[in-house]
Design a binder for this molecule. Structure first.
Ligand code: AMP
Length: 519
């Protein structure tokens, strides 16, 4: 059992050394010392998170409240803090806010000043010790004796560093090297890069590519093992209970289990027309009345990949073979619309069909490519019509006039290494109700307030439509989004999945190529 004070002492030392190697050594030492059942908690806390990265629970409080009563009691252990956080996250219903505050105040009462300081940082989601997720993975490698590449790969299969550390402790480092997709453990989905045009796609894929409709829904990963079915979102939240209709389809119509499929669900209205993404998210969050919701808002299911069939991993097989497996386990139903093309003309015709059918655009996939969990590259491209990027809200201005009481002008940033680069502001795109909800949510993320602008922890991802990317003399990034407007709130994306400055630069360059004028 590790005392929380030990983690606090480690944080102090991490703060006082600027040297990355030294930090790495300190963290590795610590991870080597903590008990097997504490290691995931230690990794989460060191990363400035109350829960592991792949755990959807949140504390739902603004910060650590004042201690209730005098200090005292048994010294805090890592497990005590984790248990208190779990209770706070589980509190729901009327009066839950008070319950959460009380539970945290009781925790604070058991902490000395130094401990309370670090607790406050974990609750606030900002550790400020210079320990990135990358450093945590390296520290796990150093502590376990596995090589970094093995640990990084394992993290993609397990979803986060804490789970990798637990696997190392429970099954040893050989198990880390041998990871393949496991039924019951979701792996990070493969991602796509934005492509400007079909010339680029065909060149990258050797003159032949598989196009699929790009459905405007939500990514799901479905695991079926006999009658046992589980479904996760792209952020690896378990949504099985919210999707009884999908579970039913899997039970009745899929063969070749144990299997893992990757796909997209789209919500439909009663007339069978696709509904807005926000509606679908509402269904994902439902835990009560799910049957009624399923009847009211049926889902269309489009699978596009098969990662495991009959218990055998297919992720290193070429996509063409995985598609054959997919077609066989589904009997050809519930698939993404697809065509293999070799010319720009054929590609454009398929693209036009996708748009005419009301979809966002198309995906282009390299027929020879393996499935690379969690990685974004040229094996999968996306081609959309409206240009959008995924930004993080890093601050918000207090509204005036009709918007008094709301935080209504959002400062948008893209990712830049471990930090963030501001690229624009917008007060467009949200409904009044969404403004209200967003205001409440941003207050829980507040880091500072100068009276007009509230700085927040970059945790909310929004898909931002823009008209053009411009050079900017004011933003240090050098780029700004012109006519930015929030297209939707992307609660299905983690902050780490927002667009990067590098990607934005590439989009900037491409925009000139496409418009046929010089940058
Ligand atoms: P984006 O969210 O813009 O990065 O686009 C990638 C997302 O498109 C994926 O994560 C899926 O949720 C979604 N998508 C829709 N149709 C497909 C498809 N046929 N293949 C892969 N992803 C798809």
């Amino acid at each position: 059992m590790t005392a929380f004070a030990e983690l606090v002492a480690l944080c102090r030392r991490l703060e006082s050394t600027p040297r990355r190697l030294e930090k790495l050594r300190l963290v590795a030492d610590f991870l080597g010392r903590v008990a097997d059942d504490e290691v995931a908690t230690a990794v989460a806390f060191l990363g400035g998170r109350p829960f592991p990265a792949s755990d959807p629970r949140v504390l739902g409080v603004r910060g650590l409240p004042e201690a209730a009563g005098p200090e005292g009691g048994e010294p805090l252990r890592l497990g005590d803090v984790a248990a208190a956080f779990a209770e706070v996250a589980d509190a729901s219903g009327p009066g839950s806010r008070r319950l959460r505050e009380e539970r945290l105040a009781a925790l604070a009462a058991r902490a000395g000043p130094a401990e309370a300081e670090i607790l406050g940082r974990i609750v606030g989601g900002e550790m400020r010790t210079g320990v990135s997720d990358g450093l945590l993975l390296e520290a796990i490698a150093a502590a376990s004796g596995a090589d970094s590449a093995t640990v990084r790969r394992a993290a993609l299969f397990f979803g986060d560093a804490g789970a990798v550390a637990t696997a190392w402790r429970q099954s040893g480092i050989d198990a880390l090297g041998a990871v393949t997709p496991r039924l019951g453990t979701p792996l990070l989905p493969m991602l796509a890069e934005i492509a400007g045009d079909f010339e680029e796609v065909l060149a990258a894929h050797g003159g032949r590519t598989a196009l699929e409709y790009k459905y405007d829904g939500a990514r799901i990963q479905l695991h079926a093992d006999g009658g046992r079915v589980a479904i996760w979102t792209r952020r690896l939240s378990d949504v099985t209970r919210s999707l009884p209709d999908v579970v039913e389809i899997a039970r009745l119509h899929l063969t070749g289990t144990p299997l893992i499929l990757d796909g997209e669900v789209v919500a439909l209205d009663r007339a069978g027309r696709p509904l807005a993404f926000q509606e679908l998210m509402r269904r994902f969050r439902r835990v009560h009345g799910v049957e009624a919701a399923a009847a009211e808002m049926p889902l269309a299911l489009h699978f596009f990949d098969c990662l495991v069939r009959e218990g055998r991993s297919l992720i290193d097989e070429p996509y063409a073979r995985r598609w054959e497996a997919l077609a066989s386990v589904t009997g050809g139903r519930y698939l993404a619309e697809r065509a293999i093309v070799t010319t720009v003309e054929e590609a454009q015709a398929f693209h036009a069909r996708a748009l005419a059918a009301g979809h966002e655009g198309v995906m282009a996939k390299d027929l020879a490519s393996p499935y690379a969990p969690g990685s974004r590259g040229k094996r999968w491209f996306k081609l959309k019509v409206a240009e959008t990027v995924d930004c993080l809200i890093v601050a918000a201005d207090r509204g005036s006039g009709r918007r008094v009481g709301w935080l209504s002008n959002y400062h948008l940033a893209v990712r830049d290494g471990e930090g963030f680069a501001a690229v624009g502001k917008t007060f467009k795109g949200l409904t009044d109700r969404q403004f209200g909800e967003m205001t409440e949510r941003l207050w829980t993320l507040a880091l500072g307030d100068d009276g007009s602008t509230v700085r927040v922890r970059p945790a909310v991802v929004v898909e931002v439509e823009y008209n053009e990317i411009q050079r900017s003399p004011t933003y240090p990034s050098g780029l700004a989004l012109r006519f930015a407007r929030i297209a939707r709130i992307r609660d299905d994306k983690a902050p780490g999945q927002a667009t990067t400055l590098e990607e934005l630069r590439a989009l900037y360059e491409r925009q000139f190529r496409r418009k046929g004028r010089a940058g």
